[in-house]
Ligand binder design. Sequence first.
Ligand code: ADP
Ligand code: MG
Length: 253
Amino acid sequence: PADRAPLLAAKDLRKQFGGLVAVKDVGFSIGHGEIVGLIGPNGAGKSTTFNLLTGVLPATSGEVTFMGRRIEKAKSREIAALGIARSFQHVKMVPEMTVLENVALGAHLRGGSGIARAILGLDRADERRLLREAERQLLRIGMGHLMHEQAGNLALGPQRLMEIARALCLDPALLLLDEPAAGLRHQEKLALVEVLRQLRAEGMSLLLVEHDMDFVMGLTDRIVVMEFGTKLIEGTPEEVRNSPAVRAAYLGT
Ligand code: ADP
Ligand code: MG
């Protein structure tokens, strides 16, 4: 229904580092099954916004509501459990382990405890359950054939998909991706777009920071443009592309 609340809503979200206001009273929302792009020049506050949404950093002020709950003070572990998962710009993996093991291990870590503790803390039943879940998520995104490869042997595209499979093990309603297309070959970008569209079709919402404008314009439903910590404009890819303010601030034309 049209009156359904958005999946996530940020209001007057602010982060100060000493005298620097990295995110300045920003508001935006992410709908159910919507792909939102977050773009802007370096230093605009995109990564800080990600860190605020995932509890990596505490907000100075403002509100974040996710599935009807206020999460701006929640810890990253709690936020992950509520259904917000993220991938990182730089792939984190154990190169000697298989793709399947990496996904299972990452799912167990949930961004928190160290690898040694994660391994030591696992009993056989936990391990089997994690491996089954990892396999399910790898199959879901078409990575079944690479499951038993050494992770270190993968090209960058499949490595990024491996990261996404790991995030999916948390069963998120919202997936945050930090520059998922950076450094990918054209074919790898196409494969990634296909996976992200599939996740959207399954009802998942996505927020992605991305510098590749073709990728952003072709994939997202809506784009939020940040500059100097503030929201410059928000609109459809078409609206953003045609905005004089964006062209001036972001594209430098
Ligand atoms: P973007 O991801 O859009 O490039 P960031 O969110 O990383 O921008 O940074 C926004 C501003 O906040 C920058 O000026 C950056 O130097 C500053 N900043 C980010 N993280 C920290 C931090 N932990 N301590 C101090 N300043 C920070
Ligand atoms: Mg950044």
